[in-house]
Every structure is written in structure tokens, then in C-alpha cells.
Write a protein that binds this ligand. Structure first.
Ligand SMILES: [Fe+2]
Ligand SMILES: [Fe+2]
Length: 169
């Protein structure tokens, strides 16, 4: 991922540097997300989006970037068979909020925003502007990643098909 995104986050929110450098956040590099990306890159994208939205609405940039970075801090690989009870889409906001609270500390508003980021799949309603922005940023980034993932898979398939045609001629 481009260095300019990290610089932007660290300039916007001084707390971002400690999160980005932490071992637990860096471990998200090993958890796949949305076909071709990983949870680390996804969270950085959501945080950049949150920083941008906060700058345009006069909201607290620290809180915005923090929930963006930590909203998926759940250490389960949902693409592999695992013995975690329940469905990932339902339990990961709760676990992310608990993990983020334990390691980095969250305000009640930040914890609620993280718990509600999968609405309407979560039982928690987005109850603040911060929560609505997180919901919006997460959905927009997820859509972008899925579309890029489909594009990536289509290129791989056409590349593979082209090689097969060349080899069978
Ligand atoms: Fe999520
Ligand atoms: Fe997410």
C-alpha cells in the first residue's frame, strides 16, 4: 500500500502511528478479506475514508481514524474452516470492539460505532454520526474491494485461458 496513505493517517490522527506499528494490528496482514485483499489494507482504506469524511464535517479526526483502523480487529480467518461459534459477520464487530478496547482503549461512542458497523446484520443500531460514517466508509471500501477482486479474478481467468489457447494450438 502507498506510503502516502500512512502519512495522511499519521498527520490527521497522532494516535494512528501506535496502532499501525502494533503487533496485533500488523497481524491483520495475515487475514484475507474481500476476495483479494487483507484485513490490514482494508482497515487502512476505511481509516483513510474516515479521515476524509471527518475533515469535511469538522468531526474529531482521532476518533474517526481510530474506529476506521480498529473496526475489524478480529483474529479469525473467515475464509478457512474454523471452530469459532457463530457467523463471522455477526460476531466480528463485538470481538473487534473488545480487542480494541483491551489494547488501545476506546470511548463508549467509539466502541458502539465499531459494534454497529455491520448494521443491519448486527443487533446494534448506529447511534451517532461517527457510527454512520463508519458504516458508510466500510460499505464503500468493501464494494471497491469486491469490484477490484472481481476485476483481478477476471484478468487471471482470461490470462489462463489465453495461455491454454496458445499451448493447444
Ligand atoms: Fe467488519
Ligand atoms: Fe470492514
Amino acid at each position: 500500500m502507498n506510503r502516502k496513505y500512512f502519512d495522511y493517517l499519521e498527520q490527521t490522527a497522532p494516535e494512528a502511528a501506535a496502532i499501525l506499528e502494533s503487533r496485533s494490528f500488523r497481524s491483520l496482514l495475515h487475514y484475507p478479506r474481500h476476495i483479494y485483499t487483507n484485513t490490514y489494507d482494508h482497515s487502512v482504506r476505511v481509516a483513510v475514508c474516515m479521515a476524509w469524511l471527518a475533515a469535511r464535517s469538522g468531526a474529531d479526526p482521532n476518533s474517526a481514524v481510530k474506529v476506521g483502523l480498529l473496526h475489524d480487529l478480529c483474529f479469525v480467518d473467515y475464509t478457512r474452516k474454523n471452530d469459532h461459534p457463530g457467523l463471522y459477520c455477526f460476531y466480528h464487530p463485538e470481538e473487534a470492539a473488545a480487542n480494541a478496547m483491551r489494547e488501545f482503549g476506546l470511548t463508549r461512542k467509539e466502541a458502539r460505532a465499531i459494534r454497529a458497523h455491520m448494521f443491519p446484520l448486527s443487533v446494534h443500531l448506529p447511534s451517532s454520526k461517527l457510527a454512520f460514517r463508519l458504516l458508510l466508509a466500510d460499505k464503500a471500501v468493501a464494494l471497491y474491494e469486491v469490484l477490484l477482486g472481481v476485476h483481478f479474478l477476471r484478468n487471471r481467468v482470461s490470462h489462463f485461458a489465453a495461455r491454454r489457447i496458445i499451448h493447444t494450438r
